[in-house]
Structures are given as C-alpha cells and as structure tokens.
Design a protein around this ligand. Structure first.
Ligand SMILES: *[C@@H]1O[C@H](CO)[C@@H](O)[C@H](O)[C@H]1NC(C)=O
Ligand SMILES: *[C@@H]1O[C@H](CO)[C@@H](O)[C@H](O)[C@H]1NC(C)=O
Ligand SMILES: CC(=O)N[C@H]1CO[C@H](CO)[C@@H](O)[C@@H]1O
Length: 491
C-alpha cells in the first residue's frame, strides 16, 4: 500500500504544490481574520456547553478504575531511531509483536507514514532495554505516569471525582498520584516502562513523512498483563461502592506469552467481577490497540457483554466492527475518517452488540450472569467527538459531555488547560452528512452551537468538532483523558 501511496504522490505532486501555494496565499489574506473569528466563536461556544453542567463537588462522584499502570518514557520517535542508527525500512510491514530491530523498523514505517496510533509488545528483552537505555539520555525526553487506568483515574480526580485505582505501582509512583486516588494492588519495586515514540505532523524518517501527529508505543511489561491488582481491587470495591466502574489497560495482555489457559482464566475472573457488581453501577470499557484475534474474541465473551459503555478511537472502531461481523482484525484504518463513516460504524456496533445482548438474555435464565445492553458509545477522533447514548439510560448531559471531550482533546495534546486559539485549527468540514447512505441529511457546523445532537431510533447522537492542536506536546494518553472527561459529566 505504501507503493501505491508513492505513485499517487508523484502523479499529483505538481497539483499538490499548487495547492500548497494557494493555501499559503490564502492564509496570508484578510480572510484569515474571518477564520480566527470562527475559531474563537466555536471555542467560546464549546466552553459554554461544557460549563452548562458541573461535576457535583460536594458529594464527589466515586469511580473505580482498573487495571495496571506504568511509567511512560516519552521521546521524539525519529530522534530515538536515528540515535540507535535504525535505518528506515523500505518494507513497511505490520507485525503482531516485535522480536528484532528489522521488525521494529518495518512496523514503525507502517504506522508512521499514515500517522496511525499503534502499540506493540516487544518480545525481545535485550532490544527493549537497549531502546530504553538510548531514550534515557535523549534530549527532550520526559517521564510521566502512564497506562490507561492511572491516566483516566488522574483525569477523573482532577475533574472532581474520588477514585479507587487498581494497579501495582512502585512507592514513588504512589507519591505522585492525586490525593483523591486510593490505590488497590501490590507494591512493586520495578515498574513497567512504556516507551512512547511521539512524532509531529510532517515529521520525516528517510523517505517517509507523517500525515498527522501521533505515537508509536512499545512495551515489554512484566506486571500489567497479569492484572495483579484484581483481587485487592475486588475486595476494596464493595466498601468503596462506586457510581461508575471503568476498565482499561487490557491491551497489555495482547500478544503476551501467557501459559495456555492463563489469559482466559484472568479474563473470566474479571467477568465475574463485572457481572457481580450492582446493576446500578455503570461499567465503562476503554478499548485499545488490539491485534491478537483470540484476545478480541475473549473480550467479546468476558468483558464487552458486561459493559454499559464503550470508548475507542478511529482505529479501534473499525477493528471491533470487523470482528463483530465475522471478519479479520483490521490493523490499519483511515486516521482521518469522515463523520458519516464513523457514525455508520457506530450505529452498526451499537446494533450488533445490542442484538447479541437480546439473544443472550433470551437464552439465559433469570439467575445467570447479568449481561447488559450497550447504552453508551463514545468515539474520539482527531477532528471530532461522537457519542451515541440510549434514551432513558443512566447517562446524563450527553451534549455537554461531548463538548468537554472535545475541549479535553485540545487541552491534552497542547499540554495546557487554557486553550489558545492561535494553536488550534478546525479540520472538520463546514457541514457533515449523518450517514453515507444516499439522501442522508447534512448538518451544518454552527459556530454558536457547535455540538450537534439529534435523535434516531432509541438513542441520541451528539457530534462535536475538535479544535485540533497545532503545537503538539503529547498525543499518548489522549484517548484516556478524553474518555474520562466525557464520562465525568455523565454520571
Ligand atoms: C534481540 O535483540 C538484540 C538486540 O537488538 C539482537 O541482537 C538479537 O538478535 C535479538 N534476538 C532475536 C531472537 O531476534
Ligand atoms: C484472516 O484470518 C484467517 C485465520 O486467522 C487467515 O487464515 C486469513 O489469511 C486472514 N485473511 C486475511 C485477509 O488476512
Ligand atoms: C497532556 C495532558 O493534559 N494530559 C493529562 C492527562 O491526564 C493526566 C492524568 O490526569 C494528566 O496528568 C495529564 O496532564
């Protein structure tokens, strides 16, 4: 597919240069002012939508979040590869996991050019340590609390929740967590390290140029795949009595060399935990970059049937959908999908999962494990946020939550709580079609009411444009911050 990409570049190169010139001229013209006004209006309208409802700060909502966590070492991806002298591979290839440098170069090249988020297990300890060592003294590197669960927990604590966090951390890790977070799990001496190779839009590595900012993550965890904190978490859960239970971080089990049956046993234990929690408690599952087909099957059996709510990005949505339709995993999808495409995929995931729920409930008797219908689906993309929420379900304030998710995307990627319109850009079109079906309604993007919500079937859909950050501080952890921010207004 890369070959195809190059050919079209050659063919359309001259046309493209012309467009770039136009673009540059246009941006220097007075029209630019109109554009700035528009952005300012969208920003102030989103802020207004976000502040319409607040988190209840008196009785702080209680959220339990599992599992695991790590220390993120964040580096500029291309600088790291250059430092270890890894030459760009002329064979971009997908690998389920990474065993050597050649595979790393091929896998990185595969995702870097389109700018698609990816996360891979490194089976080779020597290679992983070499990468970490090389990153330690790379200029501009940063260490941060990482892992889906701690990031979501952190965001929720910041937004006014009390959090029970399931994970095994080192003592100094515990010290940097918010005072509103209580940890359930063991203490470990050596935390797992995740190496985050960030790259901005337009970065080059040999013959490759990235089409959007994103990151490629490598890890080689010893602790996280075993969900070691689960028992302690389950025990503390009863007393904690949360309003919401959030599960993430399960991708650390993807392609991990488990003993036979080990993973299924862990996930089966998790499914007991989820199904035995009070039906009153909402359960949210945050998807991630999964490539192993059997673990996706396990998720469909052990986790997703017990979740009321799912969160995912534009790569994870088509991946889940294709599996639900009986096809193979999709490793790479369009990193900049249109609204209509995403909404159609969301409707289908919603329909199939709820049909499965109906079938499962019809088969089982009243005493069997409590499977739940899907009542909330949140998809975060670079250009927009989209949510489906079932009418009459427990989820409140969908419009404001979508606005908050959208603002959080900019806050996270720019690394600042205050949004600077001069570092933002609207990339969603002036109007969008609600479906790819012919004759579908088009909805204009109104600057003064940027979040569009409408009813369909038995649910409401809301779509909000993202003020895409143009001076990227960090993309990793974005989905977790965004998902968590959306959830806090809905409980
Ligand atoms: C693991 O990585 C090291 C360092 O890059 C390399 O020398 C070794 O050949 C790799 N092992 C395997 C099994 O590929
Ligand atoms: C889909 O998966 C099956 C079974 O794992 C495999 O044999 C087949 O080659 C895959 N097809 C594609 C198009 O990747
Ligand atoms: C860059 C950014 O704002 N990310 C935030 C995501 O959430 C974690 C946990 O709350 C924060 O520490 C990060 O600052």
């Amino acid at each position: 597919m890369e070959g195809g990409g190059r050919i079209s570049w050659m063919k359309y190169g001259p046309l493209l240069s012309l467009c770039v010139v136009f673009w540059a001229v246009w941006f220097r013209s007075p029209q630019n002012e109109g554009l700035d006004d528009r952005l300012d209006t969208v920003l102030s309208s989103l802020l207004r939508a976000e502040s319409k409802v607040g988190v209840n700060n008196v009785a702080r909502p209680k959220v339990a979040v599992g599992f695991g966590g790590c220390v993120d070492l964040i580096v500029d991806g291309v600088s790291l590869l250059n430092k270890i002298d890894l030459r760009p591979s002329d064979q971009p290839l997908h690998h389920d996991y990474i065993e050597n440098e050649v595979q790393l170069a091929q896998s990185f090249a595969y995702f870097f050019a389109p700018g698609a988020a990816a996360e891979r297990f490194v089976l080779n300890d020597t290679l992983f340590s070499e990468l970490v060592e090389a990153s330690r003294d790379l200029p501009g590197n940063r260490w941060a609390v990482g892992g889906n669960a701690p990031v979501m927990a952190g965001r929720m604590a910041t937004e006014g929740c009390d959090v029970l966090l399931g994970g095994s951390f080192s003592p100094d890790f515990n010290d940097v967590l918010s005072q509103h977070i209580t940890v359930a799990g063991n203490v470990v001496e050596e935390p797992d390290i995740h190496l985050i190779l960030e790259y901005p839009s337009g970065a080059t590595w040999g013959q490759y140029t990235s089409r959007r900012a994103n990151r490629y993550i490598v890890h080689s965890d010893d602790h996280n795949p075993y969900l070691a904190s689960m028992e302690d978490f389950a025990e503390k859960l009863e007393d904690f009595n949360p309003d919401l239970l959030v599960v993430g971080g399960l991708q650390m089990m993807d392609n991990f060399p488990f003993q036979s049956g080990e993973r299924a046993a862990l996930l089966s234990r998790l499914s007991d935990l989820l199904s035995s929690s009070s039906p009153r408690i909402g359960v949210h599952f945050e998807m991630a970059s999964f490539v192993e087909e059997s673990i996706m099957e396990d998720l469909l059996n052990y986790v997703i049937p017990y979740a009321d709510s799912l969160g995912m990005n534009e790569q994870e949505l088509p991946n889940l959908l294709s599996l639900l339709k009986g096809s193979n995993i999709t490793v790479l999808s369009d990193p900049n999908p249109r609204v209509a495409t995403v909404l159609d995929q969301m409707r289908e995931v919603y329909r199939i999962l709820n049909q499965r729920h109906k079938d499962a409930s019809a088969e089982s008797d009243a005493n069997s494990a409590q499977v739940k219908p899907l009542t909330r689906l949140h998809v975060h993309t670079l250009a927009f946020q989209a949510m489906i929420v079932t009418h009459g379900s427990q989820w409140k304030n969908t419009m404001s939550a979508t606005a908050k998710a959208s603002l959080t995307a900019n806050r996270h990627v720019c690394g600042s709580n205050d949004i600077d319109p001069s570092k933002a850009r609207l990339i969603m079109d002036d109007s969008f079609s609600v479906s790819r079906r012919e004759g579908s309604q088009r909805i204009p993007l109104q600057e003064t009411r940027p979040v569009s919500c409408w009813d369909e079937d038995n649910y409401e859909i809301c779509v909000a444009p993202v003020l895409v950050c143009t001076e990227v501080y960090q993309t990793a952890g974005g989905g977790d911050n965004i998902s968590a921010a959306g959830l806090v207004l809905q409980i």
